[in-house]
Design a binder for this molecule. Structure first.
Ligand code: CP
Ligand code: NVA
Length: 300
């Protein structure tokens, strides 16, 4: 494993190995054991979109590992004025030991890896969000003890989260049902791959997806970069919501997850969100542990 560009690049064993290390790092932190796994290492973090969790968890995580993280806003970098990725990647590779990028096009992250000579971590693109799903898998295993036999249901837009969750579920052997409106399906190649595995179902029916689910997941109706579609999307996604009524179709001990930020009253009601805040904020915390594990694997 040289980079984390998308979850599909990792084998099942590599994913489990990251999750195991993440559990270990969480345990060490909880018990006051501090080890400088990445002493003196420097991580650059390029952000072309907003972030709360990703930025702070990477920055805090790098500090806890004995390294240093630099926040690089694309507004300030020359990349924002048109300096090519090929050049930026080669320059930054001479100063840093790793690079995290949050941007729009998946190709840009792939290009950083291609032209640079340091590990590249995808901190979210329009296509996928691998760091989030590693934390999600860690959280599911923490609450459910296993992946075996579980059914996850994703309700909403077939976006970056849906794409990565499909890969994460299939690789760990969970069933996953995605309920989304027509025209908002996840990536077609992933749908084909997931369906052929026998573990993925895509449906228009929220009730069908939720039926007997162990884990419910949702995300915003309009992602970053889709702000101008917000109004139109509200009409399309009405009904693609986790609420007190439809959650009854899931298992009694269902866990509810959200990558955050959440829009209460849209993809999830305030009641369901608050009733499952325990899981949702553990999931947010686990970003820290999962990403520390990724950095140790890639940069040590
Ligand atoms: N879930 C997530 O990636 O959050 P941020 O956009 O705040 O980083
Ligand atoms: N789908 C959302 C995820 C945010 C973490 C977005 O891309 O904005």
């Amino acid at each position: 494993m040289k980079h984390l560009l998308k979850l599909g690049d990792l084998s099942r064993e590599e994913i489990l190995s990251i999750l195991n290390l993440a559990d270990q790092l969480k345990f060490e932190r909880a018990n006051g054991i501090q080890k400088d796994y990445l002493k003196g290492k420097k991580l650059g973090m390029i952000f072309q979109k907003s972030s709360t969790r990703t930025r702070v968890s990477f920055e805090a995580g790098m500090y806890e590992l004995g390294g240093y993280a630099l926040f690089l806003s694309s507004h300030d970098l020359q990349i924002g004025r048109g300096e090519p990725v090929q050049d930026t990647a080669r320059v930054l590779s001479r100063y840093l030991d790793g690079l995290m990028i949050r941007t729009f096009a998946q190709q840009e992250v792939e290009d950083f890896a291609k032209y640079g000579s340091i590990p590249v971590i995808n901190g979210l693109t329009d296509y996928c969000h691998p760091c989030q799903v590693l934390a999600d898998l860690m959280t599911i295993r923490e609450f459910k003890g296993t992946f075996k036999g579980l059914k996850m249901a994703f309700i909403g837009d077939g976006n970056n989260m849906a794409n990565s969750l499909i890969v994460g579920a299939v690789k760990t052997g969970m069933n996953i049902a995605v309920a989304c409106p027509e025209g908002y399906d996840p990536d077609a190649e992933l749908v084909k791959w997931g369906t052929e595995s026998g573990l993925l179902t895509v449906t228009r029916s929220v009730e069908e997806a939720m039926e007997g689910a162990d884990v419910l997941y949702t995300d915003v109706w309009a992602s970053m970069g889709q702000e101008s579609e917000k109004k139109a999307r509200e009409a399309v996604f009405k009904g693609y919501q986790i609420n007190e009524k439809n959650i009854k179709g899931a298992k009694d001990d269902v866990m509810v997850m959200h990558c955050l930020p959440a829009h209460r009253g849209e993809e999830i009601t305030n009641e369901v969100f608050e009733a499952h805040a325990n899981e949702i904020f553990e999931e947010a915390e686990n970003r820290l542990h999962a990403q520390k594990a990724v950095m140790v694997k890639l940069m040590r």
